[in-house]
Design a protein around this ligand. Structure first.
Ligand code: ATP
Ligand code: MG
Length: 565
């Protein structure tokens, strides 16, 4: 698989400034060590990509280290399929974690031992309140909570009960281990938070070994400490949890990373909640996690995005503490620039209309020379067969032309790309009046598309030889949701009502130039005048590519915006 790890020049952001300061003061002895800590309960999306690119980019920029660590502390929702897909995605995005692939579940014993240590220090206790009672005792902002009746258990009793929790003596939900902090603390996270709960559930790596599982807040800071992470970069919602992470590490007297929060990054006309993405997959609104319409990393990859374009996108939108929604066109533009330089050109007709050149010999074939990439002379040229019967795009013909229609219309000359100038003479229609064939005369003096007398030809269209064409399936995509913020729905409505009913159009028999028969699955082309297309790695067969349109050539969103004015 392609894995382009050339990073674009990293744009400076506030996180760099904080790290520069730590390096200046020698706080971490000049070490820079970041991580990406996904919970393996779904596929990664574009928001996660931001975090991976940021964290691995920082490690690279400072010559530091980057860990991939699965936060697999919740046994219920985690699956190996997710672990595998996340590893693949992080690698593809250029996140170089080397041999630093970790699982939080591998620290379960250490976490347990550290919890025992807190009990011994009188800083944690076993509580018999039910989850509902714990909640009720918690109080509210500006209103203190109430102490648990079990708060003052002796260290011995706590040690005994916690040990028996671990051995499986008690049913789920009957007891918890809680930190003993302050039930009147202004920050609700500090009101004796639960550290362990009882859960008789199998774990994807630990099997039945454990029936007490650590809560995220207890586990997370400890994981970063164990791994020697210097800068724990996370999203803003964890800002209020930072004092708790600090409290745990201070009580234990262990190494402290610096947490830095930044705002989540989301994309317009889509959603980035794993729960909702799972719902779209499960209910069949899309064809899977890697459906090319999905904002998942695997979906974007299958759509034809390159990892370098995703890095360019992240660099473009930057990092901030203000939540931001990026428009899809920003993402698309990050790719267009790259593919314009790198994608070989080809001709393909999506909605074919037959053209017959009445003055061209029946049995003749010519090889026309077409430029592979006008942006890259080293890409050379290729031969494209030309004959009497061709296909052109149905849209490129109008029997009654609109104003300024310079393409094919009766009596008007038009250039066939890299071939000849032709003039439409007559049309053939079916019983219902639909044009089924266009008859043209070609000008033999214009081979290659030049006019020897210098006469101006305003329109150039693409074509494919009918006799040589490769019929193929081509899929065109539009945004998954038809509104910019699909989750903003009135009471009683569901975000799925905003799904775009025409997000996918499948053309079963597009006609491609024959050279595309050999297109390798996973290769990219510019189909002239139509956009950038990607040979689908899953659905393409030998000699039978299936193409996904990644993006159109120009920014169709900008055009929409003008139209709607
Ligand atoms: P979701 O809310 O979709 O379930 P999550 O944040 O719970 O996502 P995690 O697996 O916990 O999913 O995320 C791993 C890392 O990715 C976290 O450090 C989180 O801060 C970061 N992350 C998640 N979503 C975004 C986003 N939209 N933008 C930037 N970073 C994100
Ligand atoms: Mg999370």
């Amino acid at each position: 698989m392609e894995n382009n790890t050339d990073l674009p020049a990293v744009r400076t952001n506030f996180i760099h400034e904080l790290i520069d300061e730590d390096n200046r003061t020698g706080r971490f002895q000049g070490r820079v060590h970041t991580r990406f800590p996904p919970e393996p309960n779904g596929y990664l999306h574009i928001g996660h990509a931001t975090s991976i690119i940021l964290n691995s980019g920082i490690a690279k920029h400072y010559g530091g280290k980057f860990n991939l660590r699965f936060d697999d502390t919740n046994p219920a929702k985690e699956e190996q399929e997710y672990v595998d897909s996340i590893i693949e995605d992080v690698r593809w995005l250029g996140g170089e974690f080397g041999d630093r692939l970790f699982f939080a579940s591998d620290y379960f014993q250490q976490m347990y031992d550290r919890a025992v240590e807190l009990i011994k220090k009188g800083k944690a206790y076993v509580c018999d309140l039910t989850p509902d009672e714990v909640r009720a005792h918690r109080g509210a902002p500006g209103e203190p909570g109430r102490d648990s009746p079990h708060r003052d258990r002796s260290v011995e009793e706590n040690l005994d009960l916690f040990e028996r929790m671990r051995k499986g003596e008690f049913p789920d939900g009957s007891r918890t281990l809680r930190a003993k902090i302050d039930m009147a603390h202004p920050n609700l996270n500090m009101r004796d938070p639960v550290m362990y709960r009882i859960l008789h559930a199998g774990h994807h790596r630990q099997g039945k070994k454990w029936c007490v599982y650590p809560m995220y807040d207890w586990a997370h800071g400890l994981e970063d400490s164990i791994e020697g992470v210097t800068h724990s970069i996370c999203t803003l919602e964890f800002e209020d949890h930072r004092p708790l992470y600090d409290w745990y590490l201070d009580q234990l007297g262990v190494y402290h990373p610096q947490q830095i929060e930044f705002a989540r990054r989301t994309l317009g006309n889509t959603i980035t909640s794993k729960r909702k993405l799972l719902e779209l997959v499960r209910d069949g609104h899309v064809e899977g996690w890697d459906d090319p319409r999905m904002p998942t990393v695997s979906g974007l990859r299958r759509r034809g995005y390159t990892s370098s374009s995703l890095r360019a996108f992240c660099d473009e939108v930057g990092i901030s503490r203000v939540p931001g929604v990026s428009d899809i066109w920003v993402l698309e533009n990050a790719l267009r620039g790259e593919l314009n330089r790198t994608a070989p050109r080809a001709m393909a007709v999506l909605r074919p209309l037959k053209v017959v050149l009445t003055n061209y010999p029946e049995d003749k074939t010519e090889e026309m020379e077409a430029v592979n990439n006008p942006e890259d002379a080293s890409a050379g040229t290729r031969k494209v067969p030309f004959c009497r019967e061709l296909f052109i795009e149905r849209d490129d013909f109008m029997e009654v032309p609109a104003k300024k229609f310079f393409r094919m219309t009766p009596g008007q000359e038009v250039r066939l790309r890299a071939a000849y100038i032709v003039r439409c003479e007559t049309v053939v229609k079916d019983a219902s009046g639909v044009v089924t064939e266009v008859h043209c005369a070609y000008d033999p003096a214009t081979r290659g598309g030049d006019t020897p007398d210098g006469r101006k030809i305003k329109g150039t269209i693409h074509w494919v030889s009918a006799r040589h064409a490769l019929p193929a399936k081509v899929r065109l995509y539009d945004a998954l949701f038809s509104v910019r913020d699909p989750e903003a729905v009135p009471e009683g409505h569901d975000y799925k009502e905003n799904l775009n009913p025409s997000s996918l159009e499948t053309l079963e028999r597009a006609m491609l130039e024959p050279s595309l028969k050999d297109a390798a699955p996973g290769s990219r082309f510019q189909f002239e005048r139509l956009g950038y297309f990607f040979a689908d790695p899953k659905d393409s067969g030998p000699g039978a590519p299936v193409f996904n349109r990644t993006v159109t050539l120009r920014d169709s969103w900008a055009k929409e915006a003008v139209k709607n004015k």
